[in-house]
Unconditional design. Structure first.
Length: 498
C-alpha cells in the first residue's frame, strides 16, 4: 500500500513540475518539486550535482523592420561626396616630326607624312579646397603638356600643376572658377580600422563617374611596386584603370585615401586595391598651399634600415619590428636628440613602428619644425628621445643650371648634390657631386643615355662638385670624354668619343 502511494505521489510530483515549468511558475526558492523529493528521498544538498549542457544559441535572424530598413542605401553619402570627385584629362603633344614634312621634293617620293597624334590619358582627382585645389596621382599627369579637369556637373576647366612628387605618386592641380568648388573634407586616415566600410569613387575605363563599395582589407601595406611610398590602405572596393587619383570615402563622407593602384592579372579589379592615406595627402596639400612645387619632407638627419630576424635575436627583441638606425649625420637633429647608430625606433608619437616604411610615413606626415617623440631601444633598455624636425641643409648652392654647347652633357639640368636635393630626389647625399634633375628628350644628354637622378662625380679627371664646375668642364674643346656617374647606388665609369 505504501509503495502504491509512493508511485502516485511521484507521478503527481512530475506532472506538477511539468505544468509549473511550462507556465514558468517554478521559482528557485520554495521549489515544490524539491520539497517533495526531500521528504521522500532525503536531503541531497551534499550530493554531487550534475549540470546539463546549455543548448547552443540560435543565430539572431530577423526580417527588416519595415520599408525604411529595406531601403537602406549609400545614396545620400554618394550625393554628398561625388561633386568633389573629378575627371582629369592629360594630353601629351607629339614630340617628333617627320624629316620630310613640308619638303615638296621628298614628299613626291615618300608621300605626305601624317603628323603624329597627341597621346591622351584619363584619370580621376578630388577637390580638397574650395579655391580649386585638386589632388590626383603623379602617374596620371607625369608626361602631360595640357591638363583639363571635368566636374560631375559637366563643367570643364584648364588646370596647372602646383606640386608633383613621383616618389609619393601624388600631384596637386589648380583650377580657377567664379564660385567656390565642392570639397571632399580630408579625414584622419589613422582613425580607420580593418573592416570599416568605404566607397571608391572615380572614372574606371572612361565609362563615367562610378561608385563602388567595400571594406578596408588591410593597413600599412608596403612594397607593392607602384612607387617608393610604403604605407598603403588596402580595400576590396572595386578599383579599375581610370580610378587612379579618385577618392576613398569613409561613412562620414570624409576623404581617407587617394586610390592609386590595383593588383590584377588581367587588368581588371579582383578585389585588391590600394590607396594613399589621407594624412599623407594632407601634408602634400599643405606644401602646395605654402607655395612649394615639390613636397619637402622634414629632415631628421639619420638613415634607417629594416630589423631582420637575425638583428632582432641579437638585440634580444621578441620579434622583428621597428626601424634600425644605421647612420647618424653629424650635427643633425637626430644627433642632437641623442639618437645613435644601432638604436631601434619602436614608436613615434605613440604610434607603433612595425617596419622602416612606417617610420618614413610617420616622419613625412609631420610638419617642418615639429618635434618627433621616439621610443627607442638602446643598449638593451628603452628610452624616450625628442627630435626636432628641420629643413634639410641646402648645401653651397641651390641654383639649377642647364648645360648647353656640344658636349655629351648638353641638355641636362643639374644641381649641386645636397641633403635637400637628395631628399627631393630620393637619393643618398654622400660625397661631392652634381645631380641631373631634368633631361631634355631631344638633347645630346638624352641620346647618350643620361637619366634624371644621375650623379656626376668626375669628368676627364676633374672632380665635379658644383654645377658651375660641370658647365666649365663641359665647355672644353675635346672629343674624348671620361666620366664617372652614380646611378641607383652603382658607380659607372665610361669613356667615349664625341
Amino acid at each position: 500500500m505504501l509503495a502504491g502511494h509512493f508511485k502516485r505521489v511521484v507521478a503527481g510530483v512530475f506532472i506538477a513540475a511539468g505544468l509549473a515549468a511550462a507556465s514558468g511558475a517554478v521559482a528557485e526558492e520554495g521549489n515544490f518539486l524539491g520539497d517533495i523529493m526531500k521528504e521522500f528521498l532525503g536531503d541531497s544538498k551534499n550530493a554531487p550535482a550534475t549540470t546539463a549542457p546549455a543548448p547552443a544559441a540560435e543565430p539572431q535572424r530577423r526580417v527588416p523592420f519595415g520599408r525604411e530598413a529595406m531601403q537602406l542605401s549609400f545614396a545620400p553619402l554618394v550625393k554628398e561626396t561625388t561633386p568633389a570627385v573629378v575627371n582629369v584629362y592629360a594630353t601629351q603633344k607629339p614630340k617628333a616630326q617627320s624629316p620630310f614634312a613640308g619638303d615638296p621634293f621628298f614628299e613626291q617620293f615618300f608621300g605626305r607624312q601624317m603628323p603624329p597624334r597627341a597621346q591622351s590619358s584619363l584619370g580621376s582627382g578630388v577637390i580638397v579646397d574650395a579655391s580649386g585645389l585638386v589632388v590626383t596621382n603623379y602617374h596620371v599627369i607625369s608626361n602631360a603638356d595640357e591638363l583639363k579637369v571635368a566636374l560631375s556637373d559637366g563643367r570643364e576647366f584648364q588646370s596647372k600643376v602646383l606640386l608633383k612628387d613621383e616618389s609619393l605618386d601624388l600631384a596637386v592641380l589648380k583650377i580657377d572658377g567664379d564660385d567656390p568648388f565642392p570639397v571632399a573634407p580630408i579625414g584622419d586616415s589613422d582613425a580607420i580600422e580593418i573592416g570599416d566600410l568605404v566607397l571608391a569613387i572615380g572614372n574606371p575605363f572612361g565609362v563615367g563617374q562610378t561608385t563602388t563599395s567595400g571594406i578596408v582589407s588591410a593597413l600599412a601595406r608596403s612594397h607593392i611596386g607602384v612607387s617608393d611610398f610604403g604605407f598603403f590602405i588596402q580595400t576590396d572596393a572595386a578599383i579599375n584603370p581610370g580610378n587612379s587619383g579618385g577618392a576613398l570615402i569613409n561613412m562620414g563622407g570624409q576623404l581617407v585615401g587617394i586610390n592609386t593602384a590595383i593588383y590584377s592579372r588581367g587588368g581588371g579589379s579582383i578585389g585588391i586595391g590600394f590607396a594613399i592615406p589621407s594624412n599623407m595627402v594632407r601634408a602634400v596639400v599643405e606644401s602646395a598651399k605654402d607655395g612649394r612645387d615639390y613636397f619637402e619632407r622634414p629632415y631628421i638627419g639619420a638613415t634607417f634600415e629594416p630589423v631582420t630576424a637575425q638583428i632582432a635575436e641579437a638585440l634580444g627583441m621578441p620579434r622583428p619590428s621597428g626601424a634600425l638606425v644605421s647612420a647618424v649625420d653629424d650635427d643633425g637633429p637626430a644627433e642632437h636628440g641623442g639618437l645613435k647608430a644601432g638604436d631601434v625606433v619602436l614608436a613615434m608619437n605613440g604610434a607603433e613602428i612595425q617596419h622602416v616604411d612606417a617610420l618614413g610615413y610617420r616622419l613625412a606626415t609631420q610638419a617642418v619644425g615639429a618635434t618627433a617623440k621616439l621610443s627607442v631601444l638602446s643598449g638593451g633598455g628603452q628610452k624616450e628621445v625628442d627630435v626636432a624636425l628641420a629643413r634639410a641643409p641646402a648645401g653651397g648652392s641651390a641654383a639649377e643650371v642647364t648645360i648647353d654647347g656640344e658636349s655629351p652633357f648638353a641638355g641636362a639640368t643639374v644641381m649641386e648634390l645636397s641633403p635637400r636635393v637628395a631628399q627631393r630626389l630620393r637619393l643618398r647625399a654622400e660625397g661631392k657631386g652634381v645631380v641631373m634633375t631634368e633631361i631634355d628628350p631631344n638633347s645630346s644628354a638624352a641620346s647618350f643615355g643620361f637619366q634624371r637622378r644621375d650623379i656626376v662625380r668626375e669628368i676627364n679627371g676633374e672632380v665635379i662638385d658644383t654645377p658651375e664646375k660641370l658647365r666649365q668642364v663641359a665647355s672644353k674643346d675635346t672629343r674624348w670624354w671620361r666620366f664617372t656617374v652614380e646611378r641607383d647606388g652603382r658607380i659607372m665609369r665610361q669613356m667615349l668619343r664625341y
